[in-house]
Design a protein around this ligand. Structure first.
Ligand code: MN
Length: 285
């Protein structure tokens, strides 16, 4: 029998800029058990009235990791000092490798701002190993149509693979260390078996409905961190339908020293990051 998961719950929503009412389900202050991940912010469905002024968060830096933005409803527009940018809508993903540093802005898409509507998104921060923290920035614009789907046995539902693989479906996102990112859509009673290396960190964010995960009940808005060690994990929908995001990855066994938007390995590297940003060495918009 696989041990019960640890359930992580929101301590309440906070706003990122004026566009993203997010629940932080973990962050890099939580210690090495979340590695290779650093932070997960979930903005559950929230209605925005039509506006003429774009909402979001203005120019700010990042260094030392990747930001992965998954849009489920609404639109998010990104623009960065490395010259990358784009607007993504429902089902699309931006995988931004900040690495040595970028300055970017994250706003609601212009069309969405004008017409208003529901916004739902996730932003996940994925750490980089020391050897890649000072690599050039990279940007992957991944559209919903590019993600393969795996149909689960017995009509249990389907899995959309963003990164890594599930069954024979391989996600298009390029990752620096082994990372799996899947969206699962389960029907009533549908089972999602998870078989990954025992040492990998494995988490399930429930977006809709309720799941039973390794014997524990997990409801929408909660994140279950699966027990490490051997054994296959079983996720089962206990409501008429359920949707969840599964994230898993090989831990990076290196020190994590974070300061706001910078996550490095030492305090000296954080001091350098702050100085580089202030001197304009991460560029400008
Ligand atoms: Mn950002």
């Amino acid at each position: 029998m696989t041990n019960s998961p640890t359930i992580r719950r929101s301590q309440g929503a906070h706003w990122v800029g004026d566009g993203f009412p997010v629940h932080s389900l973990f962050s890099y202050g939580d210690g090495p058990s979340i590695s290779p991940f650093l932070l997960l912010d979930y903005a559950p469905p929230t209605h925005f009235a039509p506006s003429r002024t774009p909402r979001g968060v203005g120019p700010h830096p990042h260094r030392g990791f990747e930001t992965v933005t998954i849009v489920y409803a609404g639109e998010v527009a990104h623009r960065d000092s490395a010259g990358h940018g784009g607007t993504i809508g429902p089902g699309d993903v931006q995988w931004m490798t900040a690495a040595s540093g970028v300055v970017h802005e994250e706003l609601h898409g212009a069309a969405f701002t004008k017409r208003g509507g529901e916004l739902e998104m996730v932003q996940l921060w994925v750490n980089l190993p020391a050897s890649a923290k000072m690599s050039p920035p990279r940007y992957q614009d991944l559209r919903d149509a590019a993600f393969p789907r795996h149909e689960l046995a017995g009509g249990a539902g389907s899995v959309r693979v963003i990164a890594g693989e599930y069954g024979r479906a391989r996600g298009p996102a390029r990752t620096v260390t082994p990372v799996h990112l899947w969206d699962a859509d389960l029907r009533a009673g549908g089972r999602l078996p998870i078989a990954l290396p025992p040492a990998f960190t494995k988490m399930v964010l429930v977006r809709r409905g309720e799941l039973e995960i390794d014997g524990a009940r997990v409801v929408a808005g909660e994140l279950a961190q699966l027990a490490t060690g051997g054994g296959e994990h079983v996720v089962r929908a206990t409501t008429a339908s359920a949707q969840c995001l599964v994230l898993a990855g090989e831990p990076i066994a290196e020190p994590v020293v974070g300061h706001g938007p910078f996550v490095m390995n030492t305090r000296a590297e954080i001091a350098t990051a702050i100085a580089d940003y202030q001197a304009g060495r991460m560029g400008a918009l």
